[in-house]
Design a protein around this ligand. Structure first.
Ligand code: GTP
Ligand code: MG
Length: 391
């Protein structure tokens, strides 16, 4: 079914009808006797999107030195700027850097946001706050653009976070409370993809148990991670099979090592070589497949239709906007504005009245004080007069 319950692939017989009539009208199936050309719509969409370019924003949440920058470099086959963080940051701060990338004729404006100093403070109670604030600030910027009279969403640099890679330390034990608290605070705002960092430091049998432990902890704490979509035929199978491997255990490296007669990205150890793109060694390829090659568009869409929509709704409700009145009748923007205006004027009047009352009271008080002073003055005058008489 298409939008508004209209079956796809059907053609309406009348052109001059209101949207309401269009929805309720019985649709007639007509066959075309010649080529019209609207079958080129998908191509038109592709061309338009290609010429506009795309935005994709990744947030890397993880402790200092856990391998965030290395993984980003490995994923995009390039060297992004990054300066290693010190372990003595007073708090968590977010650092965003944007890049223009091109593959074939597709331009991608990529923003990588790093959590600097995450996990380094003795008191980690507020570590999630700067991350939540950053995500909300990007939603707010988009909402402000949307609410402008002269909007330019067409060439707006969208900075909303599309994917949050949550780097889990390869402890082999369980999630830290910091991980659970942070993920719980973020899960309604962003698509979380949990990954086990530096997975070359954990043994194979331990890794399996570690993965199940993490997943069961996420479920028991009600943390919603990003679900790979399975509703579209073309990706349903791959997404369903990949979900089983979550959280992906990844290894990052941009170093090329000679393996056989080929060069491959790997990490070299005294006892052997870990190949980043070898699926028997780690899940790096699975992560790249899921994040970039299969679900990038879904991540962008989910950000807009789910997370941003929730932010927008809460924000507008907070501002007093609503779709229906108490009798469930549609409430227009104009009516909401009028209601808010009246409410504001009422409050203003109340304040004015309070101030007026206060003023009258103060005047009365002052009057009483003056009368009292006058009485005192008369008394003193009488006293002086008496003194004068006796002298
Ligand atoms: P900050 O930005 O300073 O917080 O660090 P980061 O999280 O960006 O980590 P970075 O990528 O700078 O890596 C820190 C160290 O970990 C470097 O010495 C990397 O070579 C190493 N490293 C990165 N990825 C891996 C990995 O998958 N396995 C192992 N064993 N080491 C890794
Ligand atoms: Mg880094």
């Amino acid at each position: 079914m298409g939008e508004g319950g209209v079956p796809r692939g059907r053609c309406h017989g009348f052109s001059n009808v209101s949207p309401l009539t269009f929805q309720n009208e019985e649709l007639r199936n007509l066959s075309l006797s010649g080529h019209v050309g609207f079958d080129s719509l998908p191509d038109q969409l592709v061309n338009k999107s290609t010429s506009q370019g795309f935005c994709f924003n990744i947030l890397c949440v993880g402790e200092t030195g856990i391998g965030k920058s290395t993984l980003m470099d490995t994923l995009f086959n390039t060297k992004f700027e990054s300066d290693p963080a010190t372990h003595n940051e007073p708090g968590v701060r977010l650092k965003a850097r944007s890049y223009e990338l091109q593959e074939s004729n597709v331009r991608l404006k990529l923003t990588i946001v790093d959590t600097v100093g995450f996990g380094d403070q003795i008191n980690k109670d507020d570590s999630y706050k700067p991350i939540v604030e950053y995500i909300d600030a990007q939603f707010e910027a988009y909402l402000q653009e949307e609410l402008k009279i002269k909007r330019s969403l067409f060439n707006y640099h969208d900075t909303r976070i599309h994917a949050c890679l949550y780097f889990i330390a390869p402890t082999g034990h369980s999630l830290k409370s910091l991980d659970l608290v942070t993920m719980k605070k973020l899960d309604s705002k962003v698509n979380i993809i949990p990954i086990i960092a530096k997975a070359d430091t954990i043994a194979k049998n331990e890794l399996h148990k570690f993965k199940s432990k993490i997943m069961s902890e996420l479920v028991s704490n009600g943390v919603q991670i990003y679900q790979f979509p399975t509703d579209e035929e073309t990706v349903a199978e791959i997404n369903a099979t990949m979900s089983v491997h979550l959280p992906f255990a990844v290894v990052g490296s941009t170093e090329e090592v000679k393996i056989g007669n080929k060069m491959a990205k790997a990490r070299q150890y005294p006892w052997g070589v870990v190949q980043v793109e070898n699926e028997n060694h780690c899940d790096f390829v699975k992560l790249r497949e899921m994040l970039i090659r299969v679900n990038m568009e879904d991540l962008r869409e989910q950000t807009h239709t789910r997370h941003y929509e929730l932010y927008r709704r809460c924000k507008l409700e907070e501002m007093g906007f609503k779709d229906t009145d108490p009798d469930s009748k549609p409430f227009s923007l104009q009516e909401t504005y009028e209601a808010k205006r009246n409410e504001f004027l009422g409050e203003l009047q109340k304040k004015e009245e309070e101030m007026r009352q206060m003023f009258v009271m103060r005047v009365k008080e002052k009057e009483a004080e003056l009368k009292e002073a006058e009485k005192e003055f008369v008394k003193v005058q009488k006293f002086l007069y008496m003194l004068f008489l006796f002298e």
